[in-house]
Design a protein around this ligand. Structure first.
Ligand SMILES: NC(=O)C[C@H](N)C(=O)O
Length: 328
């Protein structure tokens, strides 16, 4: 049997509510042993080990936890202590953690994130089957070389492509444009494709757990967006700013001017979009060449932030950062 190590970080999958029908609950309370014991037949899928990495709602995931998590995953694989790793994680920021690991884990072995939308004590929890499927993927040699995978609600997504689309629906994860990586049905796994962009061993990015990631802020654009938010972000020390732009990464004219000003002083500005699908191209309505801006291409604002942090940590300049947004 394959050896699967579960790193539990918290989230609703480990959440508890006062009653089975109470929509209010607390994330992350249940420990990793309770999660494993709560899934019928899980120990017949793989030789399991568990580790309590953190116990947070994923709204409290942060750069420092990411760095430690990536270091732990790399160490487990380097020491050949696991054939695959499952990370139980809150759904709110699973796409960011997943993309981060997709770019900095240096192994072909599967890293599979899963979570749930309903707490473990719910009348009808979705966590147990999600964990069963995630462990099945992590135990599967065919999952190798596919980067970080989000396994949830019977679907397998590439961590690069997946995003959360509903605040409450169990069917919340979608991969707009790219589509599913595969499916999982009670541990029976089907793959449709490999990830289309470089990851893990083919990614140029790696991290040291003791080196902090650069500050990158996300600013949300809207009608009447004030330009001084851009200056505030730069003066607070942001080395990068990601704009969740309107439409094709657009911003009001005054904001565009403020972005050009901070860009000329060395802040890297990436234009992404608050719209949930479609690319953000260069020089469409805004003159990126003249303003000194980077277009996010296919990455949403939260994933753009991850890639920009890694680019800045690597010391890449603007032109190379634009290339990285096309490449990854
Ligand atoms: N469904 C969930 O997991 C939501 C929770 N707030 C979290 O991300 O931890």
């Amino acid at each position: 049997m394959s050896r699967v190590h579960i790193l539990a970080t918290g989230g609703t999958i480990a959440g508890t509510a006062p009653s089975p029908v109470d929509p209010g609950y607390r994330s992350g309370g249940l420990g990793v042993s309770a999660l494993i014991d709560g899934v019928h037949g899980l120990r017949s899928v793989a030789t399991l080990t568990g580790e309590q990495f953190s116990q947070v709602g994923s709204q409290d995931m942060n750069d420092s936890l990411w760095l430690t998590l990536a270091a732990r995953v790399n160490a487990l694989f380097t020491a050949n202590e696991a054939d695959g790793i499952v990370i139980t994680h809150g759904t709110d920021t699973a796409e960011e953690t997943g993309f981060f690991l997709h770019l900095v884990v240096k192994s072909q072995r599967p890293v599979v994130l899963t979570g749930s939308m309903r707490p473990a004590t719910s009348l009808s929890p979705d966590g147990p089957l999600n964990l069963f499927n995630a462990v099945s993927v992590a135990a599967d040699p065919q999952a190798r070389g596919r980067g970080a995978i989000v396994a949830i609600n019977d679907d397998l997504h590439s961590a690069r492509d997946v995003t959360k689309s509903s605040t409450t629906d169990v069917q919340t994860f979608v991969s707009p444009g790219a589509g599913l990586l595969g499916t999982a049905s009670y541990g029976r796994i089907r793959y449709f494709r490999h990830p289309t962009h470089p990851h893990t061993g083919d990614s140029e990015f790696s991290v040291e757990s003791e080196v902090a990631l650069p500050r990158v802020d996300i600013l949300y654009a809207h009608a009447n967006m004030p330009a001084d938010l851009v200056r505030a972000s730069a003066s607070l020390g942001a080395q990068g700013i990601v704009i969740a732009g309107v439409g094709n990464g657009n911003v009001p004219t005054e904001v565009a001017q403020a972005l050009a000003d901070v860009a000329s002083s060395g802040v890297i500005v990436v234009r992404s979009s608050r719209v949930s699908s479609g690319d953000v191209g260069r020089n469409i309505e805004l003159d990126d060449d003249g303003l000194g801006l980077v277009a996010s291409d296919q990455l949403n604002p939260q994933k753009s932030r991850v890639l920009l942090q890694l680019c800045l940590a690597r010391g890449l300049q603007r032109g190379h950062i634009q290339d990285a947004f096309y490449r990854y």
